[in-house]
Design a binder for this molecule. Structure first.
Ligand code: IPD
Ligand code: CA
Ligand code: CA
Length: 255
């Protein structure tokens, strides 16, 4: 069971990690390529993940962890309590812009999202919440965004999918008020929680969407893979999340 104490601890860990990340930007980063030229990891991604893993092992030794870096990127099932962590979401932005990146943490129990945290480090904005708890920006409770249709709202988009019209992403974008491309799943999910964007289409791994799903659930957003099937939490998948109306329009008219 997740508790108030757990929420307080996670917030404390996030603030500590973010403080370290901000200071790290004053030093030279060690940047390496993973699958290619545009898929980067830095010493700070790895150190931040190690920091959270150490805390979880110390405070919740029976829990399991799914996280992006260094051998934690697969898990056999979501049984028991599982922490899903993206230590720095938007590493390209972190390296090139020194802003527009997030730390994301989710806590799932028996496959059900219980807590979600998306922390925009440079803005010092923590979007967090949990099952039946609502969604907060820092300590302020947020109002549920309106159920806006596709033609009336902005859509967060993966640039490659849009450009190549993968799963009609180009056509879907044209049917909206316009697309926005931030290079950070966390920033896109925050835009939905604020009611700035009506949806997000991308190609994501479990740690890119886990925290977001907990918060999207609280606001009644719909999500799935791009074909309307449940997300698997096992691999990178084409991802769709949107207001109920826009979600239905996208699946009915474009997929
Ligand atoms: C990436 C970002 C990006 C999304 C990629 C993700 P990372 O996360 O969220 O916006 O398009 O699919 O992998 O690698 O910077 O943590
Ligand atoms: Ca990510
Ligand atoms: Ca990452």
């Amino acid at each position: 069971m997740t508790t108030e104490k757990m929420i307080i601890e996670i917030k404390k860990w996030l603030m500590e990690a973010a403080g370290y990340i901000r200071v790290s930007l004053t030093n030279e980063l060690t940047v390496s390529q993973k699958s290619g030229r545009t898929d980067l990891v830095t010493n700070i991604d790895e150190e931040t993940q190690s920091f959270f893993i150490k805390k979880i092992n110390q405070y919740y030794p029976n829990d399991r962890i799914l996280a992006e870096e260094k051998g934690y990127d697969t898990i056999d099932s979501l049984t028991g309590r599982v922490w899903i962590i993206d230590p720095i979401d938007g590493t390209m932005n972190f390296v090139m812009e020194q802003e527009n990146f997030c730390i994301m943490i989710a806590v799932f129990e028996e496959g059900i999202g219980q807590l979600g945290f998306i922390y925009d480090v440079m803005k010092d904005e923590l979007y967090w919440g949990g099952k039946n708890r609502g969604v907060f920006l820092n300590e302020q409770k947020l109002a549920q965004p309106n159920d806006v249709s596709l033609s009336k709202g902005l859509l967060g988009m993966n640039a490659y999918m849009y450009g190549k019209n993968i799963h009609s992403a180009g056509e879907i974008g044209h049917a909206s008020m316009g697309i926005r491309v931030s290079g950070c799943a966390g920033v896109e999910l925050i835009a939905m929680l604020k009611g700035n964007h009506i949806g997000y289409i991308s190609n994501l791994s479990p740690w890119d969407y886990a925290a977001g799903l907990v918060l999207l659930d609280e606001f009644g957003f719909k999500y799935s893979n791009i074909e309307g099937k449940p997300l698997t939490f096992t691999k990178r998948e084409y991802f769709l999340a949107a207001t109920p109306t826009a979600y239905a329009e996208i699946l009915e008219n474009f997929i």
